[in-house]
Design a protein. Structure first.
Length: 342
């Protein structure tokens, strides 16, 4: 299907947006407006010149792309989503999280963006939309590297363990390679692929537990506060279980240190924003645990990560119920084709 767009004194034709393109732009708009609000608070309260400059740079490159998405919806004759507005951030609120946390959270948000943009490009067919995601991918990769360099330089983010590098090519011959539960004899060591997912889980859940604690401290609705405390406990359970796997293999992992909260109970963000950000991060955690279970060959790791997937899914279900009950869940565009004209 082709639509005609007025440009200057003439008209140009362009393919109509597909359902998957509308869906991708819609979820991107939700996430980008949320990130802008989060950045605005962190920029306002940051005392670190380097961190503030990095976050200002990201904000200045993301904001015009929100305008681009709005124009795409407008040109299509579609309503612009509400997303997250200035009403969802309190720029007068004092600092809630300690130094370094802002950049650590931004790193996770950029990790999520990198994954989502890959999916969105794969479901987009119009060149202007593909170009949008390609450009935002470049922005995301650039700032992820900047944030990572800052976090490592400042000692906020630890590097994973170093190992003896392999010097031979080996193939598995023991059928017990997959077994983590063995009554007699030692189970085989965790391999580097399995460790990478466990390591990422530890770091992201450490940040997540701190985020849930801070959000619960400032939440205005009692049900939201209780839900966020559940999120803190879920992150703690995942951390303890993951540590347990590694310690039994005599692997001690360097972890994020120095995270702290102020005593402020003034919310920098609306409950709506905090619950949706929790929804977003939980889905990222769900995917991470799923990938970890899929690429781990040892059965004890598979079972434990599978249980975490179940727990996270139940946590997400509760999140959706809270958003619906409070009128916070903006409905994605429906697959309505009743009045479609070819």
């Amino acid at each position: 299907m082709v639509i005609f767009i007025k440009v200057g004194d003439g008209m140009v034709n362009r393919s109509k947006m597909t359902s998957t393109e509308i869906g991708a732009l819609w979820i991107t708009y939700q996430k980008k407006t949320l990130i802008l609000r989060v950045l605005e608070h962190f920029i306002e309260v940051s005392d670190d010149k380097r961190a503030k400059k990095l976050m200002k740079g990201l904000w200045s490159e993301l904001d015009p792309n929100v305008d681009r998405i709005e124009k795409m919806f407008k040109d299509e004759g579609a309503v612009i989503p509400q997303g997250f507005t200035k009403a969802d951030v309190n720029l007068q609120a004092p600092k809630l999280f300690g130094e370094g946390f802002d950049i650590l959270l931004c790193m996770i948000l950029k990790e999520i963006s990198m994954g989502l943009y890959t999916l969105h490009i794969a479901t987009s067919y119009r060149n202007d939309i593909i170009d949008l995601y390609r450009e935002m991918t470049n922005i995301t990769q650039k700032y992820y590297q900047k944030f990572l360099n800052y976090a490592v330089d400042e000692g906020y983010y630890p590097l994973p363990n170093f190992i003896n590098v392999p010097t031979t090519v080996d193939f598995v011959s023991d059928k017990n390679y997959i077994k983590g539960y063995r009554l007699f004899g030692d189970k085989r060591e965790i391999n580097t692929i399995e460790f990478s997912y466990l390591y990422q889980s530890i770091q992201t859940n450490t940040i997540g537990m701190e985020l849930m604690t801070g959000f619960a401290q400032t939440a205005e609705h009692t049900e939201v506060k209780e839900y966020l405390i559940k999120g803190k406990e879920l992150s703690k359970d995942i951390l303890e279980g993951t540590y347990d796997i590694l310690i039994k293999d005599d692997i001690r992992v360097p972890t994020i240190k120095g995270l702290s909260l102020t005593k402020s109970n003034i919310p920098p963000f609306s409950d709506k924003l905090m619950v949706y950000l929790t929804f977003l991060l939980s889905n990222f955690g769900l995917g991470s645990q799923g990938f970890g279970a899929g690429f781990s060959i040892r059965d004890d790791i598979n079972v434990k990560l599978g249980l975490y997937v179940k727990d996270i899914m139940l946590f997400i279900r509760e999140n959706i119920k809270i958003m619906i009950e409070n009128g916070w869940l903006e409905e994605p565009p429906r697959m309505s084709m009743n009045n479609l004209k070819e």
